[in-house]
Design a protein around this ligand. Sequence first.
Ligand code: AMP
Ligand code: ZN
Length: 475
Amino acid sequence: MSFPAIHLYDTRRRAVVPFEPLVPGHVGIYTCGPTVYAPQTLGNMRSQFTPDLLRRVLIASGLAVTFVTNITDVGHLTSDADDGDDKMEKTAKAQGISAADVAAHWTEQWATDRRRLGMLEPDVRPAASEHIAEQIAMVQELEAQGRTYVIDDGVYFDVATFPAYADFAGLDLDELEATGRVDNSDKRHPADFALWKLSPAGSTRLQEWDSPWGVGFPGWHIECSAMATKYLGDRFDIHTGGVDHIRVHHTNEVAQSECSLGVHPWVSVWVHTEFLDLKGRKISKSAGDVLLVDTLVDEGIEPLAFRYFLLQAHYRQQQEFTFDGVRAAGTALRRLVHHAVVARDAVDGATDGDDPARTTPFREAFWGFLADDLNSPRALSVASTVARSTELTDADRWSLLADFDRALGFGLADATDPEQSGDESADPRIAALLAERTAARAAKDWAEADRIRDVLAAEGLEVVDTPDGPQARRR
Ligand code: AMP
Ligand code: ZN
């Protein structure tokens, strides 16, 4: 089968366009990474899942991919309007620890969560605080071009010097001027944005550096432009992020990059992921109201069930989070893994024993859907048809599912059969512990429920909530 031509929706052109790498055979992707002052929510993880899927599809098509995602460990303010505190600074001060410790902790958590969701490791993971010189150099170039001005609190980009500023997101600058963003009034236009913020006179920040304009720290937008350019070149193929970044963060990235680098378009295709709707999904745990990968685990849901759940929606559609939805995805995932493992073991893992007359149509359908702007829901349904089909042989089935797993990312080659999963719930002592846990949860005694889970975990058992009630499975 020759791989179908890849088409992607480009935010800038507002159309699905054929994807052509700038350098034949190679693709560079930049994804706005986490601001490491807090854990990444399941919503954040959705916006990082899309580039993982995209990267896998590009690799499957035969392209070499360089995947860069940054760590924002300085400069991201609590407001998009260049005022408010730096999120890192605020958190570190509140906790009485260094910004570097805050960053190290949440970077590690994020990396672990990525792995638990089956995401490939980034090729480059640059931290903003380690690329100050590159950011200053970019601001200096903009200054040399006469596109900046300095006010009390920092150096600003003057959007009037870049007439195409509004094009990327289709902004109405006059309206923006009339209504104003909640704003720093010394700016010439409400859309002007900070390139370098100065530390307030007489005060010392936890994170600050010397610069030609005085001691301070970089603006948030400049970090992505500087790091993307450093690792992917003056122009590159694909930039991704959440839809909330289109109007400000990515608009500003385009303005400062196209001006300082003298290129257009800076990025060939912009891929933006719609939100995972977490509204009204306050979780039951007293611990808080943020939904994390850990929350799923606490609820007895395996993280890969969430990957399956994400695949069930197209990335440009809002998706509503519900625990029932993720649990149902977990059930579907276990069926898929079961069929895959049975077929795999029947053919001793051989992927080449299929009959192409039977398998090629499925292969073409699966990759055809993904090549069509990442239509993962339809690709997933091809995979589940293959898993259940009675007309395919084990060799056909494993050949197809092993191939599809390059995009699905469920780790089928090493998976164990979840339906032969070492369920030890029938052991009377274990059954009693599970019943106590169920009672504790019914009484909202989360500490007790967690304690019992930990007791089971210490014995190598994982509690998994299934439609038939909780099970304790040997890991
Ligand atoms: P932050 O750590 O706040 O910079 O956010 C990291 C990424 O998560 C950004 O690309 C956001 O657009 C994205 N994001 C935040 N909330 C959600 C959500 N509920 N669904 C999808 N993406 C989100
Ligand atoms: Zn960014």
